[in-house]
Design a binder for this molecule. Structure first.
Ligand SMILES: Nc1ncnc2c1ncn2[C@@H]1O[C@H](COP(=O)(O)OP(=O)(O)OP(=O)(O)O)[C@@H](O)[C@H]1O
Length: 243
């Protein structure tokens, strides 16, 4: 069986998770290639957050296999998959600078690197670093939250509904940073209910419903050949599902 081959950055094979006797992931099989931004789409309760929690090793699973570049997830030396949840995880009493210092010690990255300065500039945070996070807008908090993960450089960055509540200008800043990130041997796997955002950001999509993968890695360009938009494609898949 080819599950362990390293032709994909991530290979998930027959992933199954059972809670209270119910299969919340049911033999989910999908792959993510290198240098890609992949959308994870599906209705509420489909199993997206559960998948992300398993991939970032916050919870276990009952059956299946997960490989990163051909190595079993549990055998990896360093954390190659990291999750950014929808709600910013920050300490409001700290300033932006203090938060980054704290995270640099926790995740072991260089707080004085030119890279971090460039990122802060691109995200428009350079002049707010001495303000307490308490005074940051939601968009600023989300941007600040992203920086330590980008500095840590996991092979796969998971964004769980991360782009919700972000204004169009901030969205463009974040998009540029993410595209740059995905051009350097890393990939981004992001869940969203904003289909138009997904259509603009992602190379391909994975569709999940009731813990089952309905579509594995369909490229946005392929979708555009059969539907006028990702929204139309998505609605077609789910009307067929229900029918
Ligand atoms: N610890 C748990 N115990 C029991 N059921 C759970 C647990 N965690 C998740 N579930 C159930 O698993 C299913 C999948 O939930 P999950 O949060 O992964 O979905 P989701 O696709 O992320 O949904 P949303 O789009 O609403 O965020 C849901 O039916 C949820 O109630």
């Amino acid at each position: 069986m080819g599950a362990a081959s390293s032709d994909y950055l991530l290979k998930v094979h027959n992933l199954t998770k059972i809670e209270n006797g119910k299969k919340i992931l049911d033999q989910a099989t999908f792959e993510i290639a290198e240098n890609k931004i992949v959308g994870f789409l599906g209705p509420n309760g489909a199993g997206k957050t559960t998948t992300f929690r398993i991939l970032s090793e916050l919870t276990g699973y009952d059956d299946g296999e997960i490989y990163v570049n051909g190595v079993k997830l549990s055998d990896l030396d360093r954390k190659e998959i990291m999750l950014l949840p929808d709600a910013p995880l920050l300490f409001s009493v700290l300033t932006g600078k203090e938060y980054l210092k704290f995270m640099s010690e926790l995740l072991n990255f260089d707080i004085d690197s030119p890279e971090i300065k460039e990122m802060l500039q691109l995200l428009g945070l350079l002049n707010s670093l001495n303000k307490q996070i308490f005074n940051y807008s939601l968009g600023m908090k989300k941007k600040l939250n992203l920086i330590p993960l980008l500095m840590k450089k996991p092979k796969l960055l998971l964004l769980d509904e991360y782009l919700s509540g972000i204004d169009p200008v901030s969205m463009k800043d974040i998009k540029n940073i993410l595209i740059q990130y995905a051009q350097n041997g890393c990939s981004i796997f992001m869940s969203t209910h904003q289909l138009e955002v997904c259509e603009r950001y992602c190379d391909s999509i994975i569709l999940i419903s009731n813990g089952k993968i309905l579509k594995n890695n369909i490229s946005i360009s392929e979708i555009k050949e059969t539907a006028s938009s990702l929204e139309e494609y998505y609605l077609n898949v789910f009307s067929t599902e229900e029918g």
